[in-house]
Design a binder for this molecule. Structure first.
Ligand code: 26Q
Length: 820
């Protein structure tokens, strides 16, 4: 195959080395004598890239010829992490590459370490998109991702004096071998301007949009290889560039400096990822990013469709578009605009095409995360789109008025335009109205959106429009790559690595949960993985941790609803308890390493305070001679995908302790269990389904249920509910200055005391401490503990993103895999 396409194949080590050396000497213009790890990484990547491109071309040609229905996954975030290990694995050249670089004197692990993470996302939503493109390719569906090629991904986090300090992530500094620039695919995108009504040839009054500023979208293609298949799909990322006309006009009039300034302005559109997770902020540049990316993507999709010369009525038989949250919702309006204004379709015919094309995935019920754009800002940037939204809203409200005559409250509640001052465009409502299916990301979450934020829309559309697709993770990255030893042990019992394609085959290891020899091997692998994390902690934090201690991990974005504050309060409680113990009592303590990691949004004061408290507690506890190895506290700076690959396999317990009803799904919960750790968690998000699959005896659940949350908040707000006494002791210790200047923590303490405590830290504290106690006790019985871990892993098959993608394909996209 490779020769047929003129690429030198490397089916053995020597052939790989030849390619490697060729890339060092020609592509990089270096010599083998002065080839460091970075150059070696780049050369090896180039050799692998060549193969990916061949497979990419072949796949795209096949998809064009077969002309099946395709899916386009629109996401402003793709949190891909590193590409090289995944590319080697999926292309089946891992062993050849490893031995090839090894005997040229390099270590493959060192080369892999050279690659910067592609960190084009904030957290769960972005990583889900990355798992989904991996699964779409691995299950042979024809599908592309569309996103933005940010010059700067999520910021780098350093800890200085206990505080988070951000610095820019210039991940493209040493060039990026995993992208193919397509300078010839340049699409003009307009902003601002005005609309003008005129009468066309058929005597119809139509509106057109003109007179705005233009920028160009340049395509960069990232090949997405499937595992154990030739299918290599495409992730197309857009970068903004000034248009040429733009440049020349000013240049010719002699205003060179201002021409350069304008150029730089165009480039800022795709310059930086907004670092908010689960929080909306209405900045004009963010709306510009959204429209820029959506307009370029839809132009590309429509252009590809038009090449087939099919009638417009075929559009949604050929194309499905999935909206990853409301960030791309403007696509609904843009497609309607293309069909009506540019292609001359009737409104109703166009709207039918639009609604049967789009599906919308909701990822949150938190009110502060729901996107709403001020009408003046929106109308200024996208005047024609605002008109179209008003039309969509008019027709929608007419329909609602017929169904619920005289119900003016209902009309106000469901209107796309919120009657505040200024008025706001409610993007989630627009997404629901413009899509044929709306889904949540775990069962509880999908139920909650139907009964809370989208209740009225269920009354209008019925329940069929609303469904659940529980999230999943790719077992290639999150089991095989992150935990090769565990993957190998599992393969020894399954008989092959087939579980990486069908994760339900993990069930075959369940009988070995009672096999002493298997248990011992399993425990050894956990120890190895803990040593790997201990080395990272030593290197980054200078802290010694014992691999015999219980590794307790909470790594995720820092957010009040995720309750890292409750975790660190319980760590303080543990510290106070141990400090009060006699030497005899201390003998019974289960040694624990409490590991935290995660980024705060730069402007989120409370989250930054939580980070500071964790680091202050770490300072005090780790050097306290009374405590020794019984308790260590570690904050791992700059948590990202590649660190997660080290951290997940090393946990004994991971914490997923959001206030019930607030975490839509969570996906790291799945990663930790799949890697042989147990969960300490609330009855929230996918924890509930994980419990159902692995058995309630294999998870530590605690806390109030989602159904009680409103009432508990109400009680606290309007009655005198006393604070939990153990929590009070912790607060007293902080206020007594045990962890430095108490004033730093004033607002954090205020948020959980008095009649506030919105996230129910006090209400859940006792039950949390009780669950912690049970964890300490159960961890002492090593054999039973490992046995429970094995049983849990054996039952995690459901949480493969391949399963999730098959559900989307069947019930939302209506697409089929491409035949061989
Ligand atoms: C919106 C407007 C302006 C700027 C930023 C944003 C923005 C950006 C990111 C809003 C939300 C996000 C990210 C949300 C997110 O990551 N949600 C998580 O999605 C996961 C995948 O479904 C779930 O598992 C998590 O429970 C959910 O929190």
């Amino acid at each position: 195959l490779w020769q047929q396409f003129g690429v030198t194949e490397f089916q053995d080590k020597e052939a790989f080395q030849k390619e490697f050396i060729r890339h060092v000497e020609t592509t990089l213009a270096r010599s083998m004598y002065n080839c460091d790890d970075l150059a070696a990484y780049l050369a090896a990547s180039q050799a692998i890239r060549d193969r990916l491109i061949v497979a990419w071309n072949k796949t795209q040609q096949k998809h064009t010829t077969k002309d099946q229905k395709r899916v386009y996954y629109l996401s402003l975030e793709f949190l891909m992490g590193r590409a090289m290990d995944n590319a080697m694995l999926n292309a089946g050249v891992k062993d050849i590459t490893k031995t090839g670089v090894d005997d040229l004197g390099f270590k493959i692990e060192d080369l892999l370490e050279q690659e910067p993470d592609a960190a084009l996302g904030n957290g769960g939503l972005g990583r889900l998109a990355a798992c989904f493109v991996d699964s779409i390719a691995s299950t042979n569906y024809p599908g592309w991702g569309y996103g933005l090629r940010y010059q700067y991904g999520i910021f780098k986090q350093r800890i200085v004096d206990g505080y988070q300090v951000e610095s820019p992530d210039y991940w493209l500094a040493f060039s990026n071998p995993w992208e193919i620039p397509r300078y010839e695919i340049a699409i003009d995108v307009m902003f601002y301007g005005y609309t003008r009504k005129y009468t066309n040839d058929q005597g119809k009054t139509v509106s057109i949009w003109e007179g705005g500023e233009q920028v160009q979208a340049i395509a960069y293609d990232v090949p997405v290889p499937g595992y154990d298949t030739e299918t290599t799909n495409n992730l197309r990322l857009w970068a903004s560039k000034p248009t040429r006309e733009f440049d020349f006009e000013k240049f010719n009039s002699g205003d060179y400096e201002s021409s350069v300034r304008e150029s730089q302005k165009a480039e800022t559109i795709s310059a930086v990822l907004y670092p908010n997770d689960n929080f909306y902020s209405g900045k004009e540049l963010r709306l510009k990013q959204q429209y820029f990316w959506v307009a370029a993507s839809l132009n590309d999709i429509v252009r590809r469709f038009k090449k087939t010369h099919r009638p417009w009525s075929d559009f949604s038989d050929q194309i499905a578009i999935q909206l990853n949250d409301t960030h791309p919702t403007i696509a609904i309006v843009e497609l309607q605009r293309i069909l009506v204004d540019m292609e001359g379709l009737e409104w109703d015919a166009a709207w039918e095409i639009v609604t049967s094309t789009f599906g919308y995935t909701n990822h949150t019920v938190l009110p502060e995360a729901l996107e709403k754009w001020p009408v003046p800002l929106f109308g200024n940037l996208l005047p024609r789109h605002l008109e179209i939204i008003y039309n969509i809203n008019l027709f929608f409200l007419q329909k609602v008025e017929k169904m619920f005559p005289k119900d003016r409250d209902m009309l106000a509640r469901v209107s796309i335009i919120e009657e505040s001052s200024p008025q706001q465009v409610r993007m989630a409502y627009l997404a629901i109205i413009g899509s044929h299916k709306v889904n949540g990301v775990a069962e509880l979450h999908s139920d909650l959106i139907k009964t809370t934020i989208f209740k009225d829309f269920v009354a209008i559309y019925g329940t069929d429009k609303f469904m659940n697709v529980t999230n999943g993770i790719t077992p290639r990255r999150w089991l095989h790559q992150a935990n090769p030893k565990l993957s190998e042990l599992i393969a020894s019992k399954v008989g092959s690595y087939s579980f990486l394609k069908d994760l339900t085959l993990l069930k075959k290891v369940e009988p070995f949960a009672k096999d002493p020899e298997f248990i011992e091997k399993w425990a050894d692998i956990k120890k190895f993985n803990k040593a790997r994390l201990a080395a990272l902690i030593k290197k980054n934090n200078g802290i010694d941790v014992s691999v015999d201690a219980l590794f307790d991990v909470q790594v995720k974005r820092i957010h009040e609803y995720k309750r890292q504050q409750m975790n660190i309060f319980s760590v303080i409680h543990r510290y106070l308890t141990i400090k009060a113990m006699s030497a005899e009592e201390k003998k019974d303590v289960t040694p624990r390493v409490c590991i935290f990691g995660g980024k705060s949004a730069p402007g989120y004061y409370m989250a930054k305070t939580i980070i500071k408290l964790i680091n202050s507690v770490s300072e005090v506890v780790n050097k306290d001679a009374d405590i020794g190895d019984l308790l260590k506290v570690v904050f791992i700076a700059d948590y990202n995908v590649s660190k997660a690959e080290i951290i997940c396999p090393a946990s004994d317990i991971s914490q997923h302790i959001s206030t019930a009803g607030t975490e839509a799904s969570g996906t790291s919960n799945m990663k930790f269990v799949l890697n042989g750790g147990l969960i300490l968690g609330t009855v929230d998000g996918a924890n509930i389904e994980i419990t159902r699959e692995i058995g309630e005896e294999n998870i530590f659940l605690f806390g109030h249920l989602a159904e009680s949350v409103d009432d508990l908040r109400h009680q606290r707000r309007f009655n005198d509910v006393p604070i939990n006494p153990d929590l009070q002791k912790v607060i007293d210790a902080i206020e007594g200055g045990m962890f430095g200047d108490k004033d730093i923590y004033g607002s954090l303490i205020y948020s959980v005391t008095g009649n506030r405590d919105y996230y129910l830290v006090s209400d859940d504290f006792q039950s949390y401490l009780d669950a912690q106690k049970l964890v300490d006790k159960d961890f002492k019985d090593k054999t039973t503990w490992v046995s429970r871990c094995i049983t849990a892993v054996a039952n995690m098959g459901f949480f493969s993103s391949d399963r999730a993608i098959n559900e989307y394909a069947e019930s939302i996209w209506n697409i089929e895999p491409v035949a061989k």
